[in-house]
Design a protein around this ligand. Structure first.
Ligand SMILES: [Zn+2]
Length: 325
């Protein structure tokens, strides 16, 4: 691919300005942008732009004498950063959902090129979606009635991402010392098939996401621990009717509850240890509302305990500051 062939890519992204005065090249994609804009946002970029490379013969036709600077990032990553510079609030303003690949690029390139506002934007979005309080951890694996489309549906929806992309959060947390993200990220990763954990997954731009061996082990071990705790809790629920229960049929219904392993699969399908026990409302559990309320109270205690112990469950060193319900 020559630079010329990739100009339409830059035009389509809105990053080819006729009055641009510098060409930033990433992976053979040239972006015709403004030196002053880049220099204003990042001192590191400003220093890089001050030593432009002479264009190669291939480049000189296209570039008409405009200085060229090559960077080692992917063209997608650079395009996100440039779009943030040029369109900022319109595309990435507070509260607007952005994809995980953009969050990741903001954090990594924000760090590399010393652009604090990009880093901070990424960090605050990650900390909102992967919080230290259980009451703030709202997504497809903790809330009722989330569409089964593979996306996590965080609330608030600050990051648009699939479950397969969560290993990327663990890797960012490790690389940039954002350890408070780890417990909830490990919890979500524990829903991934073992094969996906071992082989790795991809983000929506095709970047490989692979955990370290020790983090894969922590995920699998943690998943087993969570399952065991779920089994203990569900076992203790059986045969316990509410003191206010008006119906003897509840006791009979509970005696004939599906086998406990069936319950486990229902729990896992609906969310897991931190869901709101929506499975209690399913037709499988035919008991009165008093007994349901009693069981939900027991499950809520289990949820709280699971959250408090999450760092131990996944072998994460110190409990993050502020960790709680
Ligand atoms: Zn009852």
């Amino acid at each position: 691919m020559t630079l010329q062939q990739n100009v339409p890519r830059a035009v389509e992204a809105g990053l080819w300005f006729d009055d641009g005065n510098i060409i930033l090249v990433a992976e053979d994609t040239p972006f015709k942008v403004h030196r002053s804009m880049l220099s204003q946002r990042s001192e590191v970029l400003s220093n890089i732009l001050s030593v432009p490379q002479p264009p190669t013969p291939d480049e000189s036709d296209l570039l008409d004498g405009i200085p060229v600077v090559h960077v080692s990032d992917t063209w997608k990553e650079i395009s996100y950063v440039l779009l943030a510079f040029y369109q900022g609030y319109k595309l990435f303003g507070d509260g607007k959902p952005i994809s995980f690949t953009v969050v990741s690029a903001f954090l990594r390139l924000g760090h590399k090129y010393e652009i604090p506002e990009l880093q901070q934007s990424a960090i605050s979005r990650l900390q909102t979606c992967f919080p230290v309080r259980l009451s703030d951890f709202k997504n497809a694996k903790t809330c009722d009635e989330n569409p089964e489309d593979g996306y996590l549906h965080f609330e608030p929806p600050l990051i648009h991402m699939r479950l397969e992309e969560v290993p990327g959060v663990i890797n960012l947390a490790r690389a940039y010392d954002l350890l408070s993200l780890l417990p909830s990220a490990f919890y979500l990763c524990s829903f991934l098939p073992t094969r996906t954990l071992i082989d790795g997954s991809q983000d929506e731009d095709g970047n490989q996401l692979l955990l370290s061996k020790s983090d894969i082990t922590a995920c699998i071990d943690g998943h087993i621990t969570l399952m065991q705790e779920d089994i203990v809790t569900i076992s203790s629920m059986s045969g316990k009717i509410a003191p206010t229960c008006p119906s003897k049929s509840c006791l009979i219904a509970e005696l004939f509850l599906p086998t406990k392993m069936d319950w486990i699969s229902v729990v896992k399908e609906s969310g897991g240890s931190l869901d709101h026990a929506s499975w209690l409302d399913s037709n499988m559990v035919d008991i009165c509302r008093y007994c349901k309320a009693e069981l939900k109270t027991r499950w809520d205690r289990h949820r709280a305990r699971t959250w408090i112990l999450l760092c131990d469950t996944f072998g994460i060193g110190d409990t993050p500051e502020g960790w709680g319900l």
